[in-house]
Ligand binder design. Sequence first.
Ligand SMILES: Nc1nc2c(ncn2[C@@H]2O[C@H](COP(=O)(O)OP(=O)(O)OP(=O)(O)O)[C@@H](O)[C@H]2O)c(=O)[nH]1
Ligand SMILES: [Mg+2]
Length: 406
Amino acid sequence: MQINYAKKEVSCKLVYYGPGMSGKTTNLEIIHEKVPNQNKGEMTSIATEGDRTLFFDFLPLDLGKVRGMSTKFQLYTVPGQVYYSSTRKLVLQGADGVIFVADSQAEKLAENIESLKDLEKNLDEYGLKLNEIPLVIQWNKRDLPSAMDVEELDKEVNWPGAATTEAVAAMGDGVLPTLKLAASIILDRLNSKEPGAETKTAKMSPEDKAKKEEVYVASVNADKISRGYFNQYCQAQYRLAAKSDEIDDFKKFSPEDKSKLLESLVNHVLLLQDAKSRNIGASPDEVEAQINAFSKRFNSSGDLDGYLAKRKLSMDNLRNEATKNVIIGKIIKDIIPDVKTKLHVSDSEIAEYYNANVNKFGGKDLEGVKAHVKAGLKNKRKKALLGAFFLKLRENAIIEVYKDKI
Ligand SMILES: Nc1nc2c(ncn2[C@@H]2O[C@H](COP(=O)(O)OP(=O)(O)OP(=O)(O)O)[C@@H](O)[C@H]2O)c(=O)[nH]1
Ligand SMILES: [Mg+2]
């Protein structure tokens, strides 16, 4: 939650979570349709392939004044498909509240439970608890014949004891009440500098308190980067780059290294934001193709598993990297249509580099190192192009880095 006292403005992030096809995007579409124009911004969706959400949907909303403060809500949905676990985690970052859209159909019970557990796990990584964060569970698709009784659903799914609503999102029923309920719980929280809340805080152990007060290391436009997420990013980057025999369980970084890693994470977030504004995403097939290309390094998939295990990396870490690479590739094509020409390295350039650095090649002749030199020069050029691109993104962004928090 960002509070700007000077502008008397509160900005909250509310995330719609839930299994695939439960109706999260539909909720946002209905809100977009029903809310008067002056109160809403544009809805952005990154969806292809039968309208499944690939990254997230986003809708900024102005809910008017509460106690003299104007309240803005940023609504997000996550992609429900099991595959997109890392994206869900990223979207959840900095959430002030969650609406869990459950599919009421009996055959979806297991998926609902799995998705809520997934939410619990992802929140935990940000130091948040399912029964502490403002949470509303929406029993959606009440119109379908196999919809379970809400009492039954409550017993089976609602172990956090969250507030619940019923909806037929596709018909627009129950969508705004769910949003209003979630918004009121979040705003109550804002006002809860009341005695009750303080007693609760006072009772918490110092560790719990530290966990609850999320610390941010940077903000990039509307997104905030928590320290927890940053630490995970550092470990993952280290593991991706490390030589496998030297992996530490937990790598400690120098302040300089941390600063550099934070710069690169800020770039990563800028990239995702830019991709969103260009409607660019990475489809599962594209991500898979990247991973396949990468695993060609190994002889069989067993070796890829071995590589990941040695580096204590998960498939998610790899997918994250692959997704980033796919998106970078597309953005480059978008901003530099003639990228192929720009990245072309000519024979004379290769020869020139070879002649200038001939002592580096240990007596090998030009033919023997040509491919290597070519790849190196191409990489250098790619880096320069990307550097210029990130510089431009940074110029147009509002970035704050809290060095003392890293
Ligand atoms: N019968 C019925 N269908 C619904 C209801 N709400 C949504 N749907 C339909 O369910 C399908 C999936 O809805 P989405 O809103 O795209 O689902 P989602 O949760 O965003 O799915 P992912 O992006 O894949 O995670 C669409 O065909 C909707 O029209 C409902 O209340 N009743
Ligand atoms: Mg969706």
